[in-house]
Write a protein that binds this ligand. Structure first.
Ligand SMILES: Nc1ncnc2c1ncn2[C@@H]1O[C@H](COP(=O)(O)OP(=O)(O)O)[C@@H](O)[C@H]1O
Ligand SMILES: [Mg+2]
Length: 261
């Protein structure tokens, strides 16, 4: 492992790291405040690694609200979401509350702690769903079984959120919000735009993405066998009226994902 990219807390005030803590607009006072928050969270160092770049360093991810990095804490590694200085949110409290609700349904990375500018959660090591699907093609494993099991679990997570009244809000942009880990378990990320005050459309949005309108829809359909999109769209309309077990199982059937209990 490259040790040089593990940067202890006291060094985070230096460039280029300070630019990541306070992205995109660096301010000395803000950066000092943020380092105090990291101390309170029990973060001891940040490991600059991952598939995205900010400034000249590597990070796990970058979105409209946050930069996500790998943090070392007193109790092990964790994912740290850093609020961007230009985010249209004053703090991370809303996301923390939504993630906590998701966690109670067995969804999302486990929330560890949060402060105004940071959210600390379980680090999910794996591949974003589209990359995971592509990576399967280069293996000789039975693809259909693995895809079925991941999508079955994902649809189940969406159904649980629908029933509980928690709407994720961005599952039609699923490519950046689902990571599949090494055990083939899918994890839904980013509860920043989640809400308990609107009608949930988790399963409908995800099915839209997986089977109807994205670039991976055609491939999923080919892998899983024939899925009749018109029948699926009609069944989703019925499901939207009532998130009943019966309506949910109908969707699983149509997608070829039904498992006998
Ligand atoms: N818990 C996590 N473990 C590993 N990677 C993560 C985790 N949370 C987020 N990421 C990565 O960071 C990216 C951005 O995170 P996200 O929560 O979507 O931020 P934003 O709210 O700014 O869009 C994700 O697409 C993912 O690649
Ligand atoms: Mg996001």
């Amino acid at each position: 492992m490259k040790e040089w990219n593990i940067v202890p807390l006291y060094k985070l005030q230096e460039l280029p790291y300070a630019n990541v803590l306070c992205y995109p607009r660096f301010e000395l006072k803000e950066s000092e405040k943020r380092i105090c928050e990291l101390e309170r969270l029990g973060v001891t160092a940040i490991e600059f690694t991952g598939g995205k770049n900010v400034s000249t360093v590597r990070v796990l991810g970058k979105g409209c609200v946050g930069i996500v990095v790998l943090a070392h804490t007193e109790t092990g590694k964790a994912a740290l979401k850093i609020r961007r200085t230009d985010a249209d949110r004053k703090g991370m409290q809303h996301e923390a509350e939504m993630l906590k609700k998701a966690n109670m349904l067995g969804v999302g990375p486990r929330l560890l702690r949060f402060t105004q500018n940071f959210l600390l959660m379980d680090f999910i090591e794996g591949k974003l769903l589209p990359e995971w699907l592509v990576s399967l093609k280069s293996e000789n494993n039975p693809i259909k079984t693995r895809v079925s099991s991941v999508l079955y679990e994902l649809l189940g997570q969406c159904w649980r959120m629908d029933k509980a009244g928690l709407d994720h809000g961005e599952l039609s942009h699923a490519p950046k919000h689902i990571i599949v880990d090494a055990q083939d378990i899918p994890h839904i990320l980013d509860f920043e735009t989640a809400s308990i005050n609107r009608k949930p459309s988790n399963l409908t949005s995800l099915c839209q993405y997986l089977f109807i309108s994205s670039s991976i829809a055609k491939e999923n359909i080919e892998t899983l066998g024939r899925i009749n999109r018109n029948i699926l769209i009609k069944a989703l309309r019925v499901y939207k009226q009532s998130f009943s077990k019966e309506n949910f199982e109908k969707i699983l059937d149509i997608c070829g994902l039904r498992r006998e209990a």
